[in-house]
Design a protein around this ligand. Structure first.
Ligand code: ZN
Length: 339
């Protein structure tokens, strides 16, 4: 044992610890030198076999070296982890990133935005109003007095406190509110949430969305209404789609009509979607009933106007081929992620 060159041994060990490039190499050095079967450990174990006068020197030198190496190991470990966090050594720039969760617009919002865009290009402004309405704005000012049979067309939610307010059954009250504060010309589009106490099924929901339009000025005609709605139908359902006006009834328009588009599923031959008629109803419209002008102080001898209204859900269902209105409100990502 006296032949052992402690200086050389220590230099070799230090070199291995200090040159370790990472934690893995450092661990190899630990095992090789001061592990259970490491070189220093084995030398320490052989000390009892040495001549008595060499034991203290060997023990002192080897134990000192072992302590030095253990300290060196700890310091190197500290430096390595500091290096990594400083230089980002554990950050692999070639590793594919985690896909961020990106939300998207609800199909109703997308459809509503498209409808608004079409009419905005035609010069309509967007107007909004309260969802909790007075009976006056929701019914009376729209030519639907109490006991008028037309009130039966709407199953209405009434408030208890204060009593007699309604969750608006259509966005039409905003037409009255706008005309009260603005002289003609009025050209507005009114998007918004509406309520009717319908039992939910595949085509009815107690909450739904409407877009209404109103254009009042001198010389506004039914032909202009037809032109505007044709443009709208062609923009949303394609340039080729045929359209037609069909006579109808609404208390606030006279005459009234429904706009149909040719069934895009059967091209007019008749199918389940169009109930065999070849036509699909998409909205109601008409010339503003002159009686309404009395409520807002317009001169019915001077101005005329047209109005129209559509359900956003219905338009979205037709465009995307959705067969159940309830899907819009269930927040099921499997449904929403398709749009
Ligand atoms: Zn059809």
């Amino acid at each position: 044992m006296s032949s052992i060159d402690y200086e050389a041994l220590a230099a070799e060990a230090r070199q291995m610890f200090e040159s370790a490039a990472d934690e893995h190499e450092l661990e190899s050095a630990r095992v090789a030198w001061i592990g259970r079967k490491g070189r220093i450990t084995l030398l320490l174990r052989q000390i009892p076999d040495l001549p008595a006068d060499e034991r203290p020197i060997a023990g002192g030198t080897l134990n000192a070296l072992k302590g030095e190496l253990a300290a060196c190991l700890e310091e190197r470990l500290r430096n390595l982890s500091a290096d990594e966090s400083e230089t980002g050594a554990d950050f692999d720039i070639t590793h594919p990133g985690r896909t961020p969760f990106i939300g998207r617009l609800h199909p109703l919002t997308t459809t509503l935005n498209e409808i608004i865009d079409v009419f905005r290009e035609m010069g309509f402004d967007v107007a909004e109003g309260p969802e909790v309405e007075s009976e006056y704005y929701n019914f009376e000012a729209l030519n639907i007095p109490e006991h008028h049979p037309a009130r039966g067309m709407w199953d209405t939610f009434w408030t208890e406190s204060p009593p007699g307010m309604v969750l608006r059954t259509h966005t039409s009250p905003v037409q009255i509110r706008t005309m009260e504060h603005q002289e003609p010309p009025v050209r507005i589009i009114v998007p918004g949430r509406c309520y009717r106490s319908d039992t939910p099924d595949s085509t009815h929901s107690p909450v739904f969305h409407q877009v209404e339009g109103l254009y009042v000025d001198e010389g506004v005609s039914m032909a202009m209404l037809r032109g505007a709605l044709d443009t709208f139908a062609h923009r949303l359902f394609g340039e080729e789609v045929p359209t037609r006006f069909r006579p109808s009834y609404f208390p606030f328009t006279e005459p009234s009509a429904e706009l149909d588009i040719g069934c895009f599923q059967c091209s007019g031959k008749g199918c389940r979607l169009c109930k065999g008629t070849g036509w699909i109803e998409i909205l109601g419209a008409g010339m503003v009933n002159p009686d309404l002008y009395g409520f807002v102080g317009y001169d019915p001898e001077k101005v005329t106007g047209y109005a129209f209204g559509m359900g956003v859900e219905r338009i979205a269902m037709l465009r995307y081929g959705i067969d159940d209105i309830r899907l819009f409100y269930e927040n099921d990502l499997r449904f929403l992620e398709q749009f």
